[in-house]
Design a protein around this ligand. Structure first.
Ligand SMILES: *Cc1c(COP(=O)(O)O)cnc(C)c1O
Length: 396
């Protein structure tokens, strides 16, 4: 489709699409470096653990203000192993946000503990400490704050609450490597930090990988053992662990990317500021809600998520798609309303802020290599699409 009105802009001629994420752009720049190291590992034949994995662990420990970091196979398994290390199981309750990726909830479910969903603070999309407090009872063992979209949950209030009730705090930091709360990096604010290096994360590998961080030495030993069949020394099992080892190829790729993490993060932050500037200048900030940054947090912008009100979101997304602009809904169905968790007995209306967010959120391209021109195209497209009701007709 080529609406006649659009020929008037110069941008349209130069750009015809903007992907939500293009991992190829960043990866291309370090291709030689990574492939050279990978061929060395290939020749050495040391594919699991080894020095590259140790290097990654010590660097992640440093970034996340933790004394210890333990590699594992994914962010999902980091959460699982962290819970296993504390013997979470039947009879225990674990409180986590419903507005998160599935893995936060499934780790708890899989161990037979009761998943208890908390609502979010609508301004940050993160778990609401007041609601969490109302859910704590004598069976509550742990809370899992998720630092969603790159911004830390309120670790002041949640930390106090956990101290008061003797709860374990497992940070789901999958989307927030490098984010800080009151000057302290996420990962060791709670008892265990769980990171993911899935390709869409701020530090993304070339496949799956994850990491657990902690300040507790005894716990670090247990986490490491659990992620390797509970085995130490070889073929002696003191615990029933799983196979969740970090593979060396991923560690190689991640070490190479880690050299650039600060650049990536500051580009994401610049992109977020530029969106804000463009959306203010174009009047868009009156038509949709921009993401709010908690002033106590250094936001690392894994996602730039706007809210588009009541029923228009899907139509706007379709309009953006017509103009070649990628976007995504993180997340369309809150965890408490997922089919697989039906037996927990939640109903529509139970977590109103979560349900409203699921109806309204739309994440826009924010990856580090995104250009200014592309951002201008995204914002121009949004303006056109959102004004479309009174002008441009969207469908057909
Ligand atoms: C990506 C993600 C996970 C899971 O990480 P994987 O490495 O994909 O297993 C867990 N929690 C959140 C919030 C995530 O975004």
């Amino acid at each position: 489709m080529a609406p006649a009105q659009e020929s008037s802009t110069s941008l349209t001629k130069e750009i015809s699409s903007v992907p939500l994420l293009d991992v190829g752009r960043g990866n291309k720049k370090i291709r030689q470096e990574i492939l050279k190291k990978i061929s060395e590992v290939y020749d050495a034949g040391c594919f699991v653990y080894g020095p590259d994995c140790r290097e990654l662990e010590s660097r992640i420990a440093e970034i996340s203000s933790a004394k210890y970091a333990i590699g594992c196979a994914s962010g999902s398994e980091a959460l699982l192993v962290a819970l296993m290390a504390h013997d979470i199981g039947p009879g225990d309750e674990v409180i986590l946000p419903s507005f998160t990726f599935f893995a936060t909830a499934s780790a708890v479910w899989r161990l037979g503990a009761k998943v208890v969903f908390a609502d979010i603070d609508p301004s940050t999309f993160n778990m609401d400490a007041k609601h969490v407090e109302s859910l704590v009872n004598s069976n509550t063992r742990a809370i899992i704050p998720v630092h969603l979209f790159g911004q830390c949950a309120d670790m002041d209030l949640l930390g106090k609450l956990a101290d008061q009730h003797g709860l374990l705090v497992i940070e789901d930091a999958a989307q927030s490597i490098g984010a800080k709360f009151n000057g302290k990096a996420c990962g060791a604010i709670g008892h265990v930090g769980c990171f993911s290096f899935y390709p869409t994360k701020n530090l993304g590998g070339c496949g799956d990988a994850g990491m657990m961080t902690t300040d507790d030495e005894a716990l670090s030993i247990k986490l490491r053992r659990l992620a390797n069949h509970g085995m130490d020394p070889r073929y002696y099992h003191s615990l029933v662990g799983i196979n969740s080892r970090l593979d060396t190829f991923q560690a190689v790729a991640l070490n190479a990317k880690l050299n650039h993490l600060e650049e990536y993060t500051s580009s994401r932050q610049d992109n977020a500021s530029y969106y804000r500037e463009l959306m203010d200048a174009s009047g868009l900030s009156e038509m949709l809600e921009l993401p709010e940054a908690d002033s106590r947090c250094e936001h690392v912008w894994n996602q730039f998520t706007v809210r588009i009100s009541a029923g228009r979101r899907d139509e706007v997304r379709a309009g953006l798609k017509q103009r070649g602009v990628g976007s995504e809904i993180y997340y369309p169905v809150p965890m408490h309303l997922q089919e697989c968790f039906q037996s927990l007995g939640y109903r529509q209306g139970d977590l109103p802020h979560t349900e409203k967010a699921a109806q309204e959120v739309l994440s826009l391209p924010i990856f580090p290599e995104l250009t200014r021109l592309e951002q201008e195209y995204v914002v121009e497209s949004l303006v056109r699409v959102m004004r479309g009701r009174d002008g441009l007709k969207l469908a057909s």
